[in-house]
Design a protein around this ligand. Structure first.
Ligand SMILES: Nc1ncnc2c1ncn2[C@@H]1O[C@H](COP(=O)(O)OP(=O)(O)OP(=O)(O)O)[C@@H](O)[C@H]1O
Length: 644
């Protein structure tokens, strides 16, 4: 820490500077003596570290008024008391509010920074608020120093390689991935990176089918195979230390996704591969080409057309009378999906259901039942839109708006194209159809499906882990990093969930071993969990607090809730996933056999809910029991509501 004498000098000099300036309003002489006495009394009686921050702020401002009065009217005696008694006391009170490490940070650089960028700020606010601003400035500078202004330079060594990109560009169902995978089969050491575990699994199975030894690696599991020539992974599991001859990056239009897009950006900028195939919709062409040009790599473009025709039906869909084999009915929440599936069941139609929070294995089984014709119809959320290949003849939009985590909004062009494009799978149907429930809705879907997709203008950037070595708390680092605007077309990843988990962990920081180790905490808070599920977050917190207690983590216990229905099993499945992921991240021993058994048991329970008893999920008025309109946010019908 700086010598107190120097700090005192600084206060005197800053108050003199402020005092000699012409004030906006002249300081009144009347009552000055009484005011001075009052300030002196407050200064003397206040205890460092115990004074209220508002009182301290007020003292800073009162003393500024006093300095103005004393300097402009040459009040020698008052100046003497100000400089020799009041300001040294103010300084002590200021110091009393700081933590030890903050006091240590008060140095010549800090004083120079205040003089340069915020002259006389000390006459308005205490150190308690001024010092953190200096810290932020320092951290920001450090960030700018450590993070290259050009994101591609984060992989300086990869910039030395000659990489060639082959861009497969076309709408859904045009065979882009098929062609890229044909090439991947020839790889000596290749990788496939896709958005879903199910796609990684599809590739793993295809490679096996073609006699290519393949390993599968996702956040939930790893199936290692000796002498593998290909690794099929979710994009988050990309390995940046491995040298590949051929890599495939699928669904690269997700590069703009606010939560996960940074993983695609990182893969494009940082993958060590001689030949990289990127499959994407036309909307992403511009930004992806831009990234490749930034890297100074070469590329060629291969364009694709849909392999089957896609037509929008003339008349709206009537539910359930118009349901036919090969239909996929799309709704935008799990509740609506189960509601639709329940109504189908009531009408004697068996369906497969697919939505995001279903365990991957169940999604796979449900998909397989549809693929093999055991169920004639699929009911799905937009989870179906991400490259999954299903024998769908017709896509029916049961809803045309969705809740996106913030508000309910109408579907957008890329969403409609991506989902509708699933209809008419090549090799099974020679054309696909699209329909919607309701005249207006069908018109909306028709218009959006025909509209040109706007080119993407943004590319998502992730938090660079080199910053973890900067001397500042993790949340401060992340927030400051987020506040620095990157060059176009880059935008920063959404850090809300990580910050939320950090806040949760911080409440128990005294119980978390190594909380001060940012690398460790970062690993914990970036563990991909469903933060909306309270039980999952609670288990995560438990793991943070107890991970050093034993060689392995405590296994999650199933919590039975009579009214819990399918959700309690889904929650337990997420807890099992967390047990796996946290163990892996913290290098804990894992009881794989137990985990596999629990997963299987839970999957069976979920399956049994989905194969019978879906009628329990039909949305009915809680008073009269009548069917509610699909997707209704209420639990009461209009009639009953009117009567009350
Ligand atoms: N040349 C081909 N021969 C046989 N089957 C093909 C061929 N091209 C594509 N297919 C099949 O058509 C379906 C769609 O192909 P693919 O998944 O490659 O499309 P895509 O353009 O990548 O679509 P998406 O963007 O939705 O992933 C797949 O089942 C695939 O196996």
């Amino acid at each position: 820490m700086i010598q107190k004498k120097k700090l005192n000098q600084f206060y005197i000099e800053q108050y003199e500077r402020a005092g000699r300036k012409k004030p906006k309003k002249p300081v009144k002489e009347a009552g000055m003596q009484a005011r001075t006495a009052k300030i002196q009394k407050t200064l003397r009686s206040a205890r460092p570290g115990q004074i209220n921050i508002r009182t301290l702020e007020e003292l800073h401002r009162q003393l500024k008024n006093m300095a103005s009065y004393a300097y402009r009217r040459n009040k020698e005696e008052l100046l003497k008391s100000l400089n020799e008694e009041m300001l040294p006391r103010l300084m002590e009170l200021d110091l009393g509010m700081l933590l030890t490490e903050q006091k240590e940070g008060l140095n010549g650089e800090f004083l120079a920074w205040v003089r340069r960028t915020m002259p006389c700020a000390i006459c308005q606010e205490p150190m308690f608020t001024l010092y953190p601003k200096f810290r932020q400035y320092k951290v920001k500078n450090k960030i700018l120093e450590l993070v290259p202004a050009r994101p591609e330079m984060e992989f300086a060594e990869v910039r030395e390689l000659a990489r060639h990109f082959i861009l497969h560009i076309g709408p859904t169902n045009s065979g882009k991935t098929f062609q890229a995978l044909e090439r991947l089969r020839q790889a000596k050491n290749g990788t496939y990176l896709g958005p879903l575990r199910l796609l990684a699994l599809e590739v793993y199975e295809q490679m096996h089918g073609a006699g290519v030894p393949c390993t599968m690696r996702t956040g939930q599991e790893c199936i290692e195979e000796e002498n593998s020539r290909v690794t099929a992974s979710t994009i988050e599991m990309a390995d940046f230390d491995e040298n590949y001859d051929i890599a495939v990056i699928d669904e690269a239009q997700l590069v703009a996704d606010t939560d996960r897009g940074h993983s695609w950006t990182k893969a494009i900028l940082g993958l060590r591969a001689e030949e990289i195939h990127i499959c994407m919709s036309p909307a992403a062409e511009q930004v992806v080409c831009h990234l490749i040009q930034l890297c100074d790599d070469t590329f060629e473009v291969r364009r694709y057309e849909r392999k089957t025709e896609l037509v929008c039906e003339d008349r709206p869909f009537a539910f359930p009378d118009d349901v036919q084999e090969g239909d996929a009915l799309i709704a935008f929440s799990k509740k609506s999906v189960l509601d639709v599936a329940g109504r189908l069941e009531e009408a004697g139609i068996a369906s497969s259901v697919i939505y995001g929070s279903l365990p991957p294995e169940i999604r796979r089984r449900q998909t397989r039942m549809f693929n093999e014709g055991m169920t004639k119809v699929a009911v799905a959320t937009d989870a179906i839109g991400m490259g999954l290949n299903l024998p769908v003849r017709r896509i029916v939009f049961m809803q045309t708006d969705k809740f996106d985590g913030v508000s309910r909004r109408p579907l957008r062009i890329p969403e409609v194209k991506q989902i509708a494009g699933r209809a008419g799978r090549f090799g099974i149907y020679d054309k696909g159809c699209v329909s919607a429930l309701g005249e207006r809705e069908l018109e909306y879907i028709r218009t959006l499906y025909r509209a040109d997709e706007e080119p993407l203008t943004e590319v998502n950037l992730g938090f660079p882990q080199v910053l973890l070595d900067i001397d500042a708390p993790l949340d401060e680092l992340m927030k400051i990093w987020y506040s620095v605007t990157p060059s176009e077309p880059f935008v920063k990843e959404n850090i809300d969930e990580a910050l939320y988990l950090y806040e949760q962990a911080k409440r128990y920081k005294n119980q978390i071993d190594g909380f001060e180790n940012k690398h460790l905490i970062y690993k914990m808070i970036t563990c991909p969990i469903d933060i909306k599920d309270r039980r999952v977050v609670m288990l995560w917190l438990d793991y943070c607090r107890t991970y050093t207690a034993d060689v392995s983590l405590e296994k999650p216990a199933f919590y039975r809730d009579r009214k819990g229905g399918i959700a309690q099993y889904e929650t337990y499945y997420k807890q099992l996933d967390l047990y796996y992921q946290f163990s892996r991240r913290m290098q804990k021993e894992l009881d794989e056999e137990w985990l596999a058994k629990q997963r299987e048991k839970t999957e069976m329970r979920i399956m049994s809910y989905l194969t019978r008893g879906k009628q329990n999920y039909i949305a009915r008025c809680k008073y009269c029991g009548r069917l509610l309109p699909l997707g209704s946010p209420f639990q009461v019908c209009d009639d009953c509501f009117g009567k009350r």
